[in-house]
Design a protein around this ligand. Structure first.
Ligand SMILES: C[S@@+](CC[C@H](N)C(=O)[O-])C[C@H]1O[C@@H](n2cnc3c(N)ncnc32)[C@H](O)[C@@H]1O
Length: 388
């Protein structure tokens, strides 16, 4: 089935929504690259109860399949690190481990990359290869290198790129190491989230080049970092907006093991919370909490009678904050060497006092030794994460 009309319609929608910039060279790439080539053997569509319905290209009427392919949605293509849609014949549970990101996000990031003709790009997280295909179309296949950690995913993407007419550099490996063999690059773009920008990416970028990556460790409250690499080997920029991606596999948070009640039975302190912990359900407070307590996880639980209990856990620093609610508000009990909620609350108070600035006000400076984030010139809105 010829999908040229669907591709033109997708490009039209992306232009109308302002994602494709005026007279953007990416428009012809969106019109040229058939997304369906990258969705073989199929996708998993979400159904109720956290389950996924496998849908294959071969097992679906062409019109219906085309309609799925050109939805502006993220389409899961692999669950739990191995399962593809052709290997399941009924709804399944699982965690997506590879996907075709929604075209809005893909194209928005490509626009943010500010590429020019002749630029070389390193992409981390090939996935289906659709975003790689757009870059090959725009920049030429020799200028694009893409790294995928999962060998099966990489092989499927490579075949799809070949089918789309691009024999590009699809590398199977850990993208956290970049790909030094073809460095330096003008641009580095990550389509998986990272806790912090690996310094290897900065080292493999030309002076004046740009690195674009989603930073943070929670599934939300993460930000799109855009930094420019300097002659002296540091990079500086800002968080340009919200962004959410599956994490680089080595950095994906594993659920906490063990009995939470055992860990929190012996608190050092107990006091009323000045700020309700439910504020961490919001994107910017969650981002700030991650800056303040980078190793902490936010866990929501419920006891038998339906009472909510919330936790911040920092396994590395063996510290916790446990929150319970009654008619008078939230109480926090803290334990371990770091008073996590004291620190997060101090940050959130300073942020509120500063007028609750948006995530796009967060600046970022990266050296080999540290990531430093800040907002304005307040010492209380400055975070240094030392690496070595
Ligand atoms: C959201 S998908 C990428 C979407 C893709 N750009 C597209 O357009 O289809 C994220 C991919 O990152 C890959 N990934 C995770 N950790 C990685 C790592 N350390 N190095 C390279 N790829 C990684 C996953 O296997 C997954 O395929």
């Amino acid at each position: 089935m010829d999908t040229a009309p669907e591709r033109r319609a997708l490009a039209g929608r992306l232009t109308a929504s302002g994602v494709l910039r005026q007279d953007s060279p990416w428009r012809s790439a969106v019109e040229a690259v058939p997304r369906e080539l990258f969705l073989h053997p199929g996708v998993f569509l979400p159904v109720d109860g956290g389950r996924w319905q496998p849908v294959t290209a071969l097992g679906t009427p062409p019109e219906e399949w085309t309609q799925i392919v050109y939805r502006d949605e993220s389409l899961a293509t692999q669950l739990d690190g191995h399962l593809t849609a052709d290997a399941a014949d009924a709804p399944v549970t699982g965690v997506p481990t590879s996907s075709s990101t929604t075209p809005t996000t893909v194209v928005d990031m490509l626009e943010q990359l500010d590429v020019a003709d002749g630029h070389t790009v390193l992409e981390i997280g090939t996935g289906t290869g659709y975003s790689t295909g757009l870059m090959c179309q725009r920049l030429g296949e020799d200028n694009v290198t893409t790294v995928e950690v999962d060998p099966q995913v990489a092989a499927r993407a490579d075949a799809a790129l070949e089918a789309a007419g691009h024999s590009t550099w699809t590398v199977t490996g850990d993208g956290l190491l970049g790909h030094p063999a073809r460095a330096p690059y003008d641009r580095v773009i990550a389509t998986c989230a990272v806790r912090r920008v690996p310094y290897t990416w900065i080292r493999q970028t030309k002076p004046g080049g740009i690195v674009l990556a989603t930073v943070g460790s929670w599934p939300y409250g993460t930000g799109l970092a855009k930094v420019t690499v300097n002659d002296d080997g540091f990079a500086e920029g800002r968080i340009i907006g919200r962004s959410s991606f599956m994490h680089a596999r080595a950095q994906a948070l594993v659920p906490l093991a063990g009995d939470l009640s055992a860990r929190t039975a012996y608190a050092d302190t107990e006091r009323p919370a000045k700020i309700p912990p439910v504020l961490l359900n919001e994107w910017m407070p969650a981002f700030l909490a991650q800056l303040t307590a980078p190793g902490a996880q936010f866990v929501r639980a419920m006891v038998g009678d339906g009472t909510r209990i919330l936790y911040l856990f920092d396994a590395e620093r063996e510290s916790f904050a446990a929150f319970t609610e009654d008619a008078s508000g939230w109480t926090v009990r803290q334990g371990g060497p770091v008073a996590l909620w004291d620190a997060v609350e101090e940050t959130l108070t300073a942020w509120q006092d500063a007028g609750s600035p948006d995530i796009a006000n967060v600046r970022l400076h990266i050296t080999e030794q540290a990531h430093t984030y800040w907002i304005g010139d307040r010492q209380s809105l400055r975070w240094e994460h030392r690496l070595i």
